[in-house]
Write a protein that binds this ligand. Structure first.
Ligand code: S3P
Length: 449
């Protein structure tokens, strides 16, 4: 089932050269944060380039429920913030749909205000672990009442008198780090988060941009982020960069589709996000960075991806996992068209995403004729090389946008078409996926009847 409606079965089949420019939408992580920090600032934040995917729209609605005004006029989103500590108690259940980022960050943002809020989501989100966030929020004085196993639906009672926290994240998760930092905003004194492995740092960059006092230091314990509580956040003009995680799909499609040459302009190459592109280049991909520059303090380039028939399987370093955690599904597709094994260790977080992504990909890849071995925190794909991947099966998307898009990319180069039972979830992160890909020449379609 799609996240918000009836299933949309989709098919993709062997395609001729992909060519042209792929203008992918705004970054999902940065879009959520723009709305949440905008809601916590005093005055009007204006955002352009916001990803208008369902996940982000659900966060916009949630911010309205907490008292912020959020409105789109022309191409710009206007967020009238209520200030740190200014959230009102919502009079309705907060439905975050499919979005783990949305719910976890919003829980953090409200946990140090003396209000209650009840959160729910779709079947995927309601099966995901929330204790990773509610455990540290309890240290601030917040209380959580959810289903067994720490699952949604869940009510959070925000702390009446929050205390600051020093917290070492037990899992490499930017969502957990961000929830703690957002909670720390309304706690007096210094909140400290320590992460052993660096995860995406958009919250830190954006908090500093909104005027919070925040420092990051690398130490023997890991990365130590210190935030001074109770700042007055100043509204910002935000231009959301394009999403490298969405760019991954047209890039990988071009690499495995004969004769392709695709330009994906304006992609953020923040080192905490760009691991996939490094990995693809190590596999021998013809992927170049053009027009490298800096925009808004972030490295940006236009990516050019060309058909790469001689890809090799590689060992992906585990320390790179956090910088490409959302890209393993589509990497496993590229690995199927490489020669030899691609081994991906250190990835147990993949098991608690929108779906268990190792299991979802392994089952679909095996059905499509590719050998996959897996353990709790690793998997290995046996590449067959270009021109020798059978395909010809229907796979389950499991309410997971990236699983659906990965198998649709795969079908562009398999011998027989690939079918996905439900492409509906694609709208959560990449609503223009289908027209963008068909515009490049990809044969991707909805199945009717
Ligand atoms: C995100 C963090 C990652 C990622 C997700 C977006 C974020 O999750 O998978 O798509 O915006 O902070 P984890 O923090 O759970 O690794």
């Amino acid at each position: 089932m799609s996240s918000h409606g009836t299933p949309i079965p989709m098919i993709s089949e062997k395609s001729g050269p992909l060519s042209g420019e792929a203008h992918v939408p705004g970054d999902k992580s940065i879009s959520h944060r723009s709305l949440i920090l905008g809601a916590l600032a005093v005055g009007e934040t204006r955002v352009t380039g916001l990803l208008e995917g369902q996940d982000v729209l659900d966060t916009a609605k949630a911010m309205q429920a907490f008292g912020a005004e959020v409105e789109k006029r022309g191409d710009t989103w206007h967020v009238q913030g209520v200030g740190v500590g200014g959230f009102a108690e919502p009079d309705r259940v907060i439905d975050c749909g499919n979005s783990g980022t949305g719910v976890r960050l919003i829980m953090g943002a409200m946990a140090t205000s003396p209000i209650a809020a009840t959160f729910t989501g779709d079947a995927s989100l309601n099966s995901r672990p929330m204790a990773r966030v509610t455990d540290p929020l309890a240290l601030f004085g917040a209380r959580a009442f959810g289903r067994s196993g720490g699952r949604l639906p869940m009510t959070i009672l925000g702390a009446e008198q929050p205390v600051p926290v020093r917290y070492a994240t037990p899992v490499p998760s930017a969502q957990v780090k961000s929830a703690v930092l957002l909670a720390g905003l309304n706690a007096p004194g210094e909140t400290v988060v320590i992460e052993r492995e660096a995860t995406r740092d958009h919250s830190e960059r954006m908090l500093a941009g909104f005027g919070a006092t925040l420092s990051t230091e690398d130490s023997a314990e890991g990365r130590v982020i210190t935030l001074q509580g109770r700042p007055e956040l100043r509204p910002q003009e935000i231009v959301v960069p394009r999403d490298p995680s969405s760019a991954a799909f047209p890039v990988c499609a071009a690499l495995i589709t004969e004769g392709s040459d695709v330009l994906v302009p304006n992609i953020g190459l923040n080192p905490t996000r760009a691991g996939l592109f490094t990995t693809l280049r190590e596999m021998g991909a013809d992927l170049t960075y053009e027009n490298e520059r800096e925009e808004g303090g972030e490295p940006v380039a236009d990516l050019r991806a060309r058909f790469s028939p001689d890809l090799r399987g590689i060992e992906v370093p585990p320390e790179r996992a956090a910088s490409m955690i959302d890209e393993y599904p589509v990497l496993s597709v590229v690995a199927a068209f490489a020669r030899g094994q691609t081994h991906m260790p250190g990835v147990k977080e993949l098991r608690v995403k929108e779906s268990d992504r190792i299991d979802a990909m392994a089952q679909g890849l095996r059905a499509a004729g590719i050998g996959v071995e897996e353990g709790e925190d690793w998997w290995t794909v046996e590449g067959r090389g270009f021109g020798d991947v059978p395909g010809g099966v229907t796979v389950a998307a499991r309410l997971d946008h990236r699983i659906a898009m990965s198998f649709l990319v795969m079908g562009l180069a398999t011998e027989a078409p690939m079918m996905v039972d439900d492409g509906g979830p694609i709208a959560t992160s990449f609503p223009i996926f289908e027209p963008l890909m068909t515009g490049l020449g990809a044969k991707i379609a909805r199945q009717t009847g």
